[in-house]
Design a protein around this ligand. Sequence first.
Ligand code: NIG
Ligand code: FE
Length: 411
Amino acid sequence: MTQLFINIKELIQVRETSVQKVSGNEMRVLPTLKNAFLRIENEVIKDFGSMETLGDIAADATIDCSNQMILPTWCDSHTHMVYAGNRAQEFFDRIHGLSYEEIAKKGGGILNSAKQLEKTTEDELYQQSAKRVKEVIAMGTGSLEIKSGYGLTVQAEIKMLRVIKRLKETFDLPIKATFLGAHAIPAAYKNNKEGYLDLIIQEMLPTIAAENLADFIDIFCEVGYFDLKDTERILVAGKKYGLSPKIHVNQFHSFGGIQLAVNHAALSVDHLEEMTTEDIEALKNTQTMPVALPSCSFFLGIPYTPARKLIAANLPLALATDYNPGSTPSGNMNFVVATACIQMKMTPEEAINAATINGAYAMGLANQVGSISKGKLANFIITKEIPSYGFIPYSFGNPVIESVYLKGKKQ
Ligand code: NIG
Ligand code: FE
């Protein structure tokens, strides 16, 4: 089936030759075509160009996009959207003055989610999570990474990863699974962190690898969670099963996690709210994508990732939601893009690059999604009538999306 989208006011993020990622000054450039057409065949992008060059092309369906724009769907490279229930009570506690770290120390936080998840059946967990996936698709997300990490037992981690596998099989968007067994030390191992790491390495990883349940490995490298030695152990163990690292690092403290991640060829380092000059230096000339999660900073009231410093150092930057029940109960990439512009002073061009092509890179999906390029998946957003793409972050919180297509199918 061929579909032809015509009179597109502006076709955004058009890349004739598909790039893997954009860095530094390149991020300021967002290639677009005005008054354009887009032709898709079945699941993929076949052709695009200016309306003047469109000959007499037959199509099974022709869709007029006058006054509307088309851009690739958002690539959300960091989420924890498979979880049970919610943590609204902790939100109220924070309003009353407790910090995220204080709540975690009281047995709230990740351990609270683990308790709720344990009581939830695999099917119920799937239902709750599928609802979230549908919601984020409606908000323009067309590729996703989802982490485990609220199980913290062999059985419950596998339950989470099987749910992610079922989501992969059900939905029309690429989903990558990340094993985050080292998200927190479970209550049963309170004074035995080494024992828990042994469990991850000796029991969880082999089972997960045997069932092919994970694409990447992650760890919460943070004071009070896992230190550099633990991180090294987990990354080395993951590598034995071919799992590239994508790690939580520098959320509250900077203590060498980035340097370690880079030495282990991490695909991405995520959070980065606390960045020293040395941390920025360590990322130069590497293949590791820095990932900022501005909704998390917004929700917790912690610093934003210093995007300007990273970009000035000629580094790339990706934007993702961090959708999870504790620090970011929101999977809205439109809000992420707006917040990156408003709070991190990224330009709309930089933010859109960060939320599309660079996000795709951070999931190893740059050949499939992240730009309007021939041969890539026909995953794109048709906007409402908006005057410019800068209107997307400018009119923050307002709906700008008319429809979302995944693999050529209107959602
Ligand atoms: O990325 N920081 C670690 N993990 C999540 C939050 C987990 C939670 O609070 O449930 C994050 O912010
Ligand atoms: Fe996270």
